[in-house]
Design a protein around this ligand. Structure first.
Ligand code: DAH
Length: 341
């Protein structure tokens, strides 16, 4: 019996040494150490042996198994075995590789929150194209060609045209008001979040592309009071605390009267800081009562209808909410920044 073991050990060792590749080696392994291997068989038969012989023989057989296993392991390494080289074989005991999961960009998180809050107040989300025609972006909003108000919007004009009408990258989300009214009858209650573009120098507060959310509510008896109530409620829910707002008179060609809405600066609690230019107030949106000429442009009768509209900077909302000092960070694709939200 013991001689058998020795012979087995010698032939197995020889086989391991002579194996020229992993496939050969695997064959040798099966022959001796595999489930149906010779040595495995011997070890299994130990239990039927008289106990006197069993302990001495068992010890030796186990030693042979260990020696062969080690020889096998080192030959395996010599032949270049690794998890990767074992095509099609999976080491189920190896620790898994963590899959990198991303998350929503802070602007997307902001947009979703805005949609949720306005949605709960009955506003429907409307959409429009980023490449606009001149009529929707300007003329229909009471900004005819040659009007000095056009200078308020620094525009990227495209070389392409549609029906001889010039195209541009929309300078604001206001054209969505026009598109929606052309297709729907009042009463109307929409918001239109989206990307907008301006041909201007960038700094901490300005980017050539940025995000706005437009709002429009049209019915028979809408007043500035309705606007104030809606926007006040929005800010309270967006910032999850009471936020003081103020309306300043302003000018937009598509509203009359027009105003700008500031909130008390969330970054410094209204005390004054560099983000709010030390005024304690942060400009958030432009707004006003929809101009009768706009209602006419879409075929409505301005006599019976009133409405308010607003355009709010969505990046500015996100900056205030997450205390981000520079709008350019949103577009820098810097993971160290993005992972914080
Ligand atoms: N479109 C304007 C801008 O980008 C913002 C704006 C002002 C939108 C007044 C409105 C509004 O709907 O009523 O500067």
């Amino acid at each position: 019996m013991e001689n058998n073991l020795k012979t087995l050990k010698n032939t197995a060792e020889k086989g391991i040494k002579q194996a020229k590749n992993l496939k050969d080696l695997d064959g040798v392994f099966r022959l001796y150490l595999g489930r149906k291997g010779e040595l495995t068989g011997i070890l299994r038969s130990l239990k039927d042996m008289p106990s006197k012989e069993r302990s001495a023989f068992g010890k030796e057989a186990n030693e042979v198994r260990q020696v062969l296993q080690e020889a096998f392991d080192s030959r395996q390494k010599e032949l270049g075995w690794s998890n990767e080289t074992q095509e099609g074989s999976i080491d189920v005991t190896a620790p898994g590789q963590k899959i990198q999961a991303g998350h929503l960009h802070p602007i997307t998180q902001t947009r979703r929150k805005v949609e949720e809050i306005f949605g709960s107040m009955g506003f429907v989300v409307a959409d429009g194209p980023e490449v606009e025609d001149e009529w929707h972006n300007f003329d229909a909003l009471n900004i005819p060609a040659g009007h000095p108000a056009r200078d308020l919007w620094d525009t990227f004009w495209l070389k392409a045209e549609i029906n001889k009408k010039p195209l541009l990258l929309r300078t604001h989300t206001s054209p969505v008001q026009i598109r929606y009214m052309q297709e729907h009858k009042p009463p109307i209650r929409i918001i239109a979040p989206g990307r907008t573009f301006r041909y201007e120098a960038t700094d901490a507060g300005h980017e050539i592309n940025f995000y706005q959310v437009e709002g429009l509510m049209i019915d028979e008896n809408i007043s500035v009071a309705n606007f104030k109530a809606v926007i006040q409620e929005f800010f309270k829910r967006f910032f999850e605390k009471d936020v003081t707002i103020r309306l300043r008179p302003s000018y937009f060609p598509f509203t009359e009267p027009s105003f700008e809405v500031d909130i008390s600066c969330v970054l410094c609690e209204g005390k004054g800081c560099s983000s709010c230019e030390h005024t304690g107030w942060f400009e958030m949106l432009g707004a006003g009562m929809v101009h009768p000429k706009v209602l006419k442009a879409v075929g409505y009768n301005p006599k019976n209808l009133r409405g308010f509209a607003f355009g709010m900077g969505m990046d500015r909302l996100a900056m205030m909410k997450y205390k981000i000092p520079d709008v350019r960070m949103f577009f820098a694709s810097d993971l160290k920044f993005l992972k914080q939200f």
